[in-house]
Design a protein around this ligand. Sequence first.
Ligand SMILES: Cc1cc2nc3c(=O)[nH]c(=O)nc-3n(C[C@H](O)[C@H](O)[C@H](O)COP(=O)(O)OP(=O)(O)OC[C@H]3O[C@@H](n4cnc5c(N)ncnc54)[C@H](O)[C@@H]3O)c2cc1C
Length: 409
Amino acid sequence: MPLDSVDGIPDADLIFVGGGLANGLLAWRLSQIQPKLRLMLLESGDTLGGNHTWCFHDGDMTADQKQWLTPLIVHQWDHYSVHFPGRSRQLDSGYFAVTSARFHATLTAQLGTQVRLQTRVQSVGPKRVKLSTGQVLTARAVIDGRGVQPSPFMTLGYQKFLGQELRLSAPHGLRGPVLMDARVAQQDSYRFVYVLPLSPDTVLVEDTFFADDSQVDFHLLRRNIAAYVGQRGWQVMAMVREELGVLPLTLAGNPDSFWKSANGVVKSGLAGGFFNPATGYSLPDAVRFADHLASLSPAQMGAENLFGSMQTHAIRRWHEQGFFRLLNRMLFFAAVPNERWRVFERFYGLPLPLIKRFYAARLNPFDKLRILTGKPPVAMGAALRAAFITPRALASRADRSNRASGANS
Ligand SMILES: Cc1cc2nc3c(=O)[nH]c(=O)nc-3n(C[C@H](O)[C@H](O)[C@H](O)COP(=O)(O)OP(=O)(O)OC[C@H]3O[C@@H](n4cnc5c(N)ncnc54)[C@H](O)[C@@H]3O)c2cc1C
């Protein structure tokens, strides 16, 4: 039987494929607002949410959204800092962290038997999934949230990082997170270190690159972290855990073809392209999507209706976010890799409200003008060429970086 038809009563109203951030939040929120819905959250791993620390800015969400997310928030700070060779600044704006351990504990307590761990889905259709065991499960709609998947219709750059949670021999002395410390060797990318103070003597230190390809040199990143920790005079007692991130940054794409290739399957999170194109962060989009889904009536939750409304939303959002893709192209094509930090140093000199709207992906036309005007940190000719780069040049660039990733992975 094809994966888009269902005979008789389906096994669930909604099946979520992948129990990561987006689908986990969707299922959790729906079970609070519409407890009569029959949900199934299928996750191939041993826990929901994998191994992450997800952060967001105060301005990314409404007060209501922050309220319902509160049980998942493990750390919060009222400011953060950035450091560049020519600028250090403290930004008095709230920053919050959700851990995957809390995510797993909270969601499994609420969702109970609706969660199925160690359940790998082999194929997905709009209303049916086939598990790796061969079992077929049916629903009124399936929501595919299996994380980022390569697509010929998207050209990406990457924010890649390795994070280590370290217990130190003495208090680190930080009062708030350091979102970017770019006073480090750039190593042919935009490179910075990100530090979250999790307790007086525990820090999460991430060595981060904005790079053309997705390959990760673990040895280099571990050496970089050790060197940074040493420079700060911190002595490590124990490495509590490591986390790896390879986040997509969108440069260009064809959203119509992207959604056509989904063949009617509703997609959430990174799988659906729901993230800030300039940071790869998807928590605020996932929260918005959860609110949207929870506001629908059960009658509106059929596969056709959900796919149509989500596709319309995604394509509208794509057009709203064109400016972020333009900035990415300028960063990746116009700035010499070792000089990309200048773009961020200048950006962090802008007014705080604008920076907040940037992270929330809600820039107004004046913000955009403000970001582009002034003394440009990249050569004007190169910036214009990057802005108007042709689809063919983008495609050959995507080929090159895919080959580079494949050759080294
Ligand atoms: C280490 C790290 C830190 C990050 N930090 C932040 C941050 O601070 N703020 C922020 O907003 N974003 C952050 N991101 C980016 C992004 O928000 C996360 O990647 C987020 O987890 C993406 O959510 P998702 O639901 O799309 O995918 P995921 O959370 O990756 O979930 C996908 C799930 O699908 C499961 N799965 C895959 N295939 C199958 C299958 N065949 N069958 C069943 N299950 C399957 C996976 O096991 C996984 O649990 C971070 C990413 C990483 C990797």
